[in-house]
Ligand binder design. Structure first.
Ligand code: ADP
Ligand code: ASP
Ligand code: MG
Length: 474
């Protein structure tokens, strides 16, 4: 199958140089006889800035909000003009960018008058990031000789109406993607669309949640039965730890769907947690690649990874978590108590990450969120409740952790200087996780990395890159 979905993240489209590199990568795939469908994020940091503009407007700071929008308008205009040299194309693109920013400014002015930012308006505001970046990228591709066609992702990715974290409606997406994209691909055209943005069945703009462009790429890949889904980002692939925290992290050459999903769920930002689902359903390999270093082989995520001699493949961390302790003597010998507790989390639509119980108490961890006081109030009707934020969950992923004698002792020895609040091992064969204070997390990751990646298996990890780095620094 020659069809390949290529998703480029914010840093891969952050400025004219990055977009030019991206165009060269796509042109390279076309030259190899591949049929790319391209999904792009907003330019780096644009989503954050749009959210700030929305926040300012909602607090009545109309001037501040419009100033953010004005800076974004200039950045997008400048990028477009640097990339598109054909005067007619450039003028048309700049007019289009201006129209979009005029519409955005209208929304921001309205918001500054009504002072109420709903999730629905927030999604509409942030959608401009991908709506505009995808237009610029499509025009830049045409300038490079790629026969690119812009597609509004909202016409294909249809979701329910849970704004800010909408759930895709797979069968509609499959049908629309096949109807709209396959004929273009068959004609040799390269469809370019924004990630992250979608619409509900009534056509109202929704989004798939932060980092959701990866998910768009996977949904399109699944819908079109692509030969591969490529996630192009700013690191060489899935690494043994976040390279920003652990500079000597190694590239993982190959990893299983299950392991990658676990890492993504537990905080490895390189992949949106839902990305793996559509790929697993159709058994489509996912490749994580670096648009700044296209020669690197990246990470291959497949259904069955080869055996790894090292105990772990990667360490991830999920921050901004809270721990909730529920203590009740009534729990003793009763049944149905846990279900009452979980019913409360269910009522507030709050997912629980980790659970630990004793005779009279239950501790749970959740993402820190503004529903916590209401959840605690409901739990308070059943038991004594305490909750505390600023926690981090460290997750160690590897093959058959359950079957390795003494592994827990090695892990906790490596982090013996930090206070471990909760431990989970055994729920999954491939994951061991524990909760610590957020402030201790980076140090803990570095200690664990030093302990477990001294002699990594060269079949699974890119040890050559480490050797080259050591040789160049000595
Ligand atoms: P994009 O904008 O391309 O989607 P993201 O910023 O969402 O990129 O994800 C890439 C970032 O993920 C990297 O810059 C890196 O700091 C971070 N990251 C966290 N954990 C890992 C890991 N295990 N491997 C690689 N990158 C990781
Ligand atoms: N632009 C969106 C975000 O910043 C989606 C993405 O980049 O994947 O969250
Ligand atoms: Mg991302």
């Amino acid at each position: 199958m020659n069809l390949v979905v290529m998703k480029f993240g914010g840093t891969s489209v952050e400025d004219p140089a990055a977009i030019a590199r991206t165009a060269a990568i796509v042109a390279g795939r076309v030259a190899m006889g591949k049929q790319p469908v391209v999904v792009v994020s907003a330019m780096a940091r644009v989503t954050d800035q749009l959210l700030r503009a929305a926040g300012c407007a909602a607090q009545g700071d109309r001037t501040g909000s419009l100033a953010i929008s004005s800076r974004l308008r200039s950045r997008h205009r400048d990028t477009a003009c640097a990339l598109v040299k054909n005067p007619a194309e450039a003028a048309a693109l700049v007019t289009l960018i201006d129209q979009k920013f005029d519409a955005l400014d209208e929304i921001l002015r309205g918001l500054a008058a009504i002072l109420e930012l709903t999730p629905r308006i927030s999604d509409l505001i942030v959608s401009y990031g991908e709506r505009i970046s995808s237009r610029i990228v499509a025009a830049a591709f045409r300038e490079q000789g790629i026969d690119a066609v812009h597609i509004d992702a909202r016409e294909i990715i249809v979701t329910d109406s849970q704004f800010q974290k909408a759930v895709p409606l797979d069968s509609i997406i499959d049908k629309r993607a096949q109807e709209k994209l396959l004929p273009l691909v068959a004609e040799g055209k390269v469809p370019v669309m924004g990630g992250f943005i979608a619409s509900n069945e009534a056509g109202i703009t929704t989004t798939l949640g932060r980092g959701g462009s990866d998910f768009t790429g996977a949904l399109i890949g699944g819908a079109l039965n692509a030969g591969a889904i490529e996630i192009w980002t700013d690191v060489d692939g899935i690494m043994t730890a976040d390279p920003r925290v652990c500079p000597d992290a190694l590239r993982v050459k190959v990893i299983s769907f299950e392991e990658a999903a676990e890492l993504a769920y537990f905080g490895a930002k390189v992949l949106h947690p839902a990305t793996i689902l559509p790929a697993v359903k159709k058994n489509i390999p996912v490749l994580v690649l670096n648009s700044r270093n296209a020669a690197s082989e990246g990470t291959r995520i497949i259904s069955l990874a080869p055996h790894c001699k090292s105990p772990f493949k990667s360490i991830s961390v999920k921050k901004k978590l809270s721990i909730i302790d529920v203590v009740a003597s009534r729990m003793l010998m009763t049944h149905g108590y846990l279900s009452q507790i979980f019913a409360i989390f269910d009522k507030h639509r709050c997912p629980v990450d980790m659970v630990s119980t004793s005779e009279v108490s239950v501790s749970l961890t959740v993402d820190s969120n503004d529903k916590l006081p209401a959840i605690a109030a409901d739990l308070g009707k059943l038991a004594d409740v305490k909750y505390e934020g600023k926690k981090a969950l460290i997750c160690m992923v590897g093959e058959d952790i359950r079957g390795q004698n003494g592994i827990a002792a090695q892990v906790f020895n490596a982090v013996r200087h930090v206070n471990v609040r909760m431990i989970s091992q055994g729920a999954s064969e491939i994951n061991m996780s524990f909760m610590i204070e957020e402030d201790d997390a980076d140090e803990a990751i570095r200690s664990l990395h030093a302990a477990f990646f001294k002699e990594p298996d060269p079949a699974i990890f890119d040890v050559e890159a480490r050797k080259q780095l050591q040789a160049s620094s000595s």
